[in-house]
Design a protein around this ligand. Structure first.
Ligand code: RET
Length: 288
């Protein structure tokens, strides 16, 4: 009887591999110096960025400029939480890749916390950019929902272990949402920014954003979660370096401009008009 139960338990354990504990994941991260450094470099940078951005925004008075500042400040705040989750092993799992994947059957380190926290940080980036461009609520809502959907479906792509094809199907869905984000960034907002007299800084930040954001799906596709051409630590550094540009450099350029040009922001039309674009109300003082 006892032997039967023991035999059954062994068979079950072979079918369902025991989950790694958080301590074991933490140790695995610690042993991979390159991977661990990709997390701690960002924790340090996010800390410096928070202090710098608080200082840069200390004299901002206009409510709309303040909202841009708060949204921008949220980016390194979310980042420090995100990277602490990764460095501690809390938001990392080892997932067995499905057949068809280059590492099929192997347990692959998956940094799912990244996708989760992007759902918080990327809307902040877009909110700040949208306010800078003087957009209306409809476009802001559209881009932010598409962006959140992009991150959540990206998370689904990384977490699906049942089918390799479905992993890529999620990836494709995520890319479709990304196209919506790109459309508003590249087609709609430049027109709004022109009308709001913020075209120069908007276009610079738009190019920075579009170029760097393209890097994320590329690293996903080439990294361990996709085609497994790049190893986990290199992929993680790829994301970390993109993060430095897309978050800290972006936020620094934006805040420096906002602090020096508050009056331009204060004179923008209200974001809270729904359909009529800023074109119709350009130059009228903000009423929010
Ligand atoms: C994924 C994989 C699925 C396809 C696409 C992706 C795009 C991710 C992007 C992330 C941007 C993150 C930023 C974070 C800053 O905190 C999810 C990688 C399209 C564009 C800027």
């Amino acid at each position: 009887m006892v032997e039967t139960i023991a035999a059954e338990m062994t068979a079950f354990a072979q079918l369902v591999p025991l989950e790694m504990t958080q301590t074991e994941i933490y140790q695995a991260v610690q042993e991979d110096t390159l991977l661990n450094a990709s997390f701690w470099a960002n924790i340090a940078l996010a800390g410096v960025a928070i202090l710098l951005f608080v200082y840069m925004g200390r004299n901002v008075e206009d409510p709309r400029a303040k909202l841009i500042w708060v949204a921008t400040l949220m980016v390194p705040l979310v980042s420090i939480a995100s990277y602490t989750g990764l460095a501690s092993g809390l938001t990392i799992s080892f997932l067995e890749m499905p057949s068809g994947h280059a590492l099929a059957g192997e347990e692959v380190l998956t940094m799912w916390g990244r996708y989760l926290t992007w759902t918080l940080s990327t809307p902040m980036i877009l909110l700040a950019l949208g306010l800078l461009a003087g957009t209306n609520l409809t476009k802001l809502f559209t881009i932010i929902t598409a962006d959140i959907a992009m991150c959540v479906t990206g998370l689904a792509a990384a977490m699906t272990t049942s089918s390799y094809a479905i992993r890529w199907f999620w990836y494709f869905i995520s890319c479709t949402f990304f196209l919506v984000v790109l459309y508003i960034l590249l087609v709609e907002w430049p027109k709004d920014a022109e009308a709001a007299n913020t075209a120069e800084i908007f276009n610079l930040l738009k190019i920075l954003t579009v170029v760097l954001w393209f890097g994320y799906p590329i690293f996903w596709a080439l990294g361990a979660e996709g085609l497994a051409i790049l190893d986990v630590a290199i992929t993680s550094w790829g994301y970390s370096v993109l993060d430095i540009g897309a978050k800290y450099v972006f936020a620094f350029l934006l805040l420096r401009w906002v602090a020096a040009n508050e009056a331009v922001i204060a004179n923008q039309p209200s974001t809270f008009s729904i359909g009529a674009g800023p074109e119709s109300g350009a130059g009228t003082p903000a009423d929010d």
